[in-house]
Design a protein around this ligand. Structure first.
Ligand SMILES: C[S@@+](CC[C@H](N)C(=O)[O-])C[C@H]1O[C@@H](n2cnc3c(N)ncnc32)[C@H](O)[C@@H]1O
Length: 255
């Protein structure tokens, strides 16, 4: 049984802009009087992005989220409608991209890919510092027209989604993958430190299956069993697998 998630304190360090203060207040993130290398802090960089700095004792785990550059920028520029993630949510068969509720948004990289491919995406994330990072990264970008990320618990949020607001797809990524590039490893270490593996993934899946209009997609390690019985089909990706649970008859063949 994974440990129950406990929030870790992250503060916003000076210098801060007016919009940072408003965002921090909305998300319940305290504003520090000074830089504090012993704690987790969100810091404006000279490039204008916001970076998350780890306590010095943990080494350099600082991360920046920038949809316009680096690995994330390359991923967004290179994503295609027939990529495994896009196929898993059913994009290629549809004229209109589906609406997606990303219940475990994290740093919202998958959510950004889906928004880049035309989906309207609502992300939910319970670590407020991640929500601040994502919102700051999206500010002023075209992606922000299709992607918004809310702070909160996905189970609560899913229960609040009335029929009219039910998404076509619910996406769950409870995976903490430490494979891949050094940058991915760093981001995953930060996720592990601040988020802890989801303790409620199977319950979220059950809830989501009663809500999604078309399907629930779960990202899994290739060697792990599905989170629950009833997988309709799976799509194998690069180092990951997507288990698809159809919740409504597909008008066209699902793959
Ligand atoms: C592996 S990360 C997701 C990474 C994400 N797909 C991306 O592309 O950046 C899983 C995230 O789910 C969040 N999470 C887990 N359970 C949650 C819940 N019940 N409600 C909201 N967020 C949750 C964790 O805080 C963590 O940030």
């Amino acid at each position: 049984m994974p440990p129950r998630w406990q929030p870790v304190e992250v503060t916003l360090a000076p210098p801060v802009r007016g919009e940072d203060l408003a965002l921090a207040a909305a998300l319940g993130i305290a504003v520090a009087g000074a830089r504090d290398p012993s704690g987790w802090q969100l810091v404006r960089t000279v490039r204008g992005t916001i970076a998350l700095h780890s306590p010095a004792a943990m080494g350099d785990l600082g991360i920046e989220l920038d949809p316009g550059s680096g690995a994330l920028g390359r991923r967004l520029r290179g994503c295609r409608r027939d990529d495994p993630l896009a196929r898993a949510i059913g994009l290629p068969q549809r004229q209109e991209p589906p609406s997606v509720f990303d219940a475990t948004a994290g740093l919202a990289r998958d959510a950004m890919v889906l928004a880049q491919l035309g989906c309207r995406v609502t992300g939910c994330e319970r670590v407020p510092a991640f929500v601040l990072l994502v919102r700051a990264a999206l500010a002023g970008t075209r992606l922000a027209e299709r992607l918004q990320v809310e702070a909160g618990d996905a189970a609560e949020r899913l229960r609040q989604l009335a029929d009219a607001a039910a998404p076509d797809v619910v996406y769950l990524d409870p995976m903490f993958d430490d494979a891949g590039s050094a940058q991915v490893k760093k981001e995953m270490q930060v996720c592990r430190a601040l988020a802890a593996p989801p303790d409620d993934a199977a319950a979220l899946l059950q809830l989501a299956r009663g809500i999604a209009r078309q399907r629930v997609v779960v990202k899994r390690h290739p060697h792990l069993a599905p989170l629950a019985d009833g997988v309709s089909f799976r799509i194998d990706g690069n180092r990951v697998r997507f288990d698809v649970y159809l919740t409504a008859p597909a008008a066209t063949p699902p793959r």
